[in-house]
Design a protein around this ligand. Sequence first.
Ligand code: CUA
Length: 316
Amino acid sequence: MASGSEGGFWLPPQGSTAAGGVDGLFDFIYWLNVFFFVLITGAVVYFVMKYKRKSDDQLATSQVGHNTLMEATWTFVPLILVIVIFAWGFRTYLNLTVAPEGAYQVKVTGQKWSWNFTHPDGTVNTGELHVPANRPVKLLLSSRDVIHSFFVPDFRIKQDAVPGRYTTAWFQAKAAGEHQVFCTEYCGKDHSAMLAKVLVLSEEEFDAGKWKVSKPPEGMSVADWGGDLYNKVGCKACHSVDGSKLVGPSFKGLFGREEKIQGQDPVMVDENYLRESIMDPQAKIVEGFAPAMPSYKGQLDDAKIDAIIEYIKTLK
Ligand code: CUA
């Protein structure tokens, strides 16, 4: 459910203040192409008919010399059109690139295969970016591993998240609502599952700060919330829930099972072991698996870790 005005036949709804400008230029180039396609194809068809050889004894038509007016026209009209497209495109690009002073700044970190959002007060959310409507929001993007790209079609913004450096993007959402985020730079096996949501709240709702409280959404049990987090924070990419072996051990029947640990005594999987594996994944590596998991320290608070553990308990 995206909010905002219509984007047009091919385009998603215009959820940000910049979307109209991008779409305007897109439409201009599109209709310019339609116009010249019809004009040139029409002329080709017309000349084919008109200058067709009509009988076997018809002689070749005389060579036509050059026509200065015509040549000047087909040089200067396209020249002016590409200058217009350049100026329009450059203005729109600058508007997309340079965030207004005093924008609300969120740090966006990509990692295989989830998006983390760090707010100015230290609140961290995974898979959900809460922002106020009608206020500019600046994103400071980076990556923990490979190049990802942060793409919100409704906002018409797309920016690479590169390891070892910061890139920026900004937007101002027009109204409260929900907008889909995609990763749009191929980053490995679960690139297509690297999704998130931008949740635009009214300014009052955002300032009230209830969204910061880590608890299950209305009417959802703790275990179900854990299942929701399993999908959103990236567990899903490496841990199956049906017993199949992925990058990491399956969660099916995990709780209460005895796991063989590389170079250490076996462990009984309980709350403490699960918690340690989320915060410090390299501490105990299960036999037959590589130490591939990133730490979720600072990204998942206690309530979320508890919820994920509750969810794992339900997978018998
Ligand atoms: Cu991250 Cu594709």
